[in-house]
Write a protein of this length. Structure first.
Lengths: 172, 188
């Protein structure tokens, strides 16, 4: 027997319960947040989706949202259980439906709320949403010479309202 | 969309600290197993937290020319383990008893089995009494199966030094295989 093989004979695995890694992650993230105070909005709504992963890519592609680093929770089968997206100084959670009794409009048949998002360039945003196949349910138009807005459904039927104050829209 | 390298993630975590969570997701399972082999599950669970907190605090010092952070994390783990030498020695002796019992049960090789009862506790003693840096090099190589370059990265040593430490550790263990002190033949 080679000396290194001798040492290998004493290698013994330790048994861990599956939750150990999650606890470690939670503790680490808490430590990181304490180190660097997070700029988090006080209120973060969470929207339920049947397929969180597909919803995330759609929201990134169509609306320009960005996933919050390290916010993601993944199930044993690799599917995303929940995550968060940010846009400007706002944040929205995306979570698997059924949790906390909330269901996707795709299953519920109707949306029970809509989310308003202020954007910097409403025309460009509208173009991007159109190009990505978002279903526009209220066309882009000006309201009371106050703001310009449109409404779109995401791929599971959540309703989003995007608007920009007209005083901020550059005159062409 | 390709996933970013560890170096990119750590770079990003300088501005967005929470990005460091991805380093945990990628490497915590391997490091938890590593710590578990060394000090058992209970202490390993504490240490994996300490390891990543230290890594987070020191992330500025990570050499971004390295694509993978794993050897660097092993190195931090090795340091964290130094404070738990007693737990480590206890586990090593228990493993030796189990290996010895396992060997004795295997009656097909009776001579070897007889030796096993005596041999493994001595192997444990030998590993235990190696200088820290030799023991660490040996166990990263033998148990974690890291290549020399990664052991060198983990221990922040030139590769030649790792090689000579491993050779010294091997020589110590080889003596145990030859009960009457000196070897019958010098290897090469």
């Amino acid at each position: 027997m080679k000396p290194v093989d001798l040492a290998k004979k004493l290698r013994r695995e330790a048994a861990f319960e599956p939750a150990v890694l999650d606890r470690g992650k939670a503790a680490l993230m808490a430590a990181i947040r304490q180190e660097v105070p997070m700029r988090r909005p006080t209120i973060i709504p969470r929207l339920p989706y049947e397929n969180v992963g597909a919803a995330l890519s759609f929201l990134e592609r169509a609306f320009g949202f960005r996933e919050v680093p390290a916010a993601r929770g993944v199930r044993a089968d690799g599917a995303i259980d929940y995550t968060m997206v940010e846009f400007g100084d706002g944040m929205i959670g995306l979570g698997a439906q059924g949790a906390h009794g909330a269901f996707s409009p795709k299953r519920a048949g109707t949306a029970s709320q809509y989310v308003t998002v202020h954007v910097d360039d409403i025309d460009a945003h509208h173009q991007r949403a159109l190009a990505s196949g978002a279903e526009i349910v209220s066309r882009l138009h000006d309201h009371l010479r106050d703001y310009r807005a449109y409404e779109a459904l995401d791929l599971e039927g959540h309703r989003w309202r995007f608007l920009q104050w007209l005083r901020e829209v550059p005159s062409k | 969309m390709g996933s970013p390298s560890d170096a990119e993630v750590i770079g990003r975590s300088l501005g967005e600290p929470e990005a460091f969570g991805l380093i945990y997701d990628r490497h915590a399972p391997a490091l938890l197993r590593f710590l578990g082999r060394r000090v058992g599950s209970r202490i390993a669970e504490e240490l994996v937290g300490e390891l990543f907190r230290i890594a987070f605090e020191r992330r500025k010092t990570f050499d971004v020319s390295r694509a993978s952070a794993l050897p660097w994390l092993y190195g931090i783990g090795s340091n964290v383990l130094l404070k738990h030498r007693r737990a480590e020695a206890r586990r090593l002796r228990a493993s030796a008893r189990m290996a010895a019992a396992g060997g004795a049960a295997d009656r097909r090789a009776s001579a070897a089995a007889l030796d096993a009862r005596l041999l493994f506790p001595r192997v444990a003693d030998a590993i235990e009494s190696l200088p820290d840096s030799e023991r660490e090099a040996l166990l990263l190589f033998a148990w974690e199966e890291l290549p020399y370059e990664s052991v060198a990265e983990a221990l922040e040593l030139p590769i030649g030094t790792v090689r000579s430490r491993l050779n010294r550790a091997r020589a110590r263990l080889r003596e145990l295989l030859e009960p009457n002190g000196k070897g019958r033949e010098r290897s090469r």
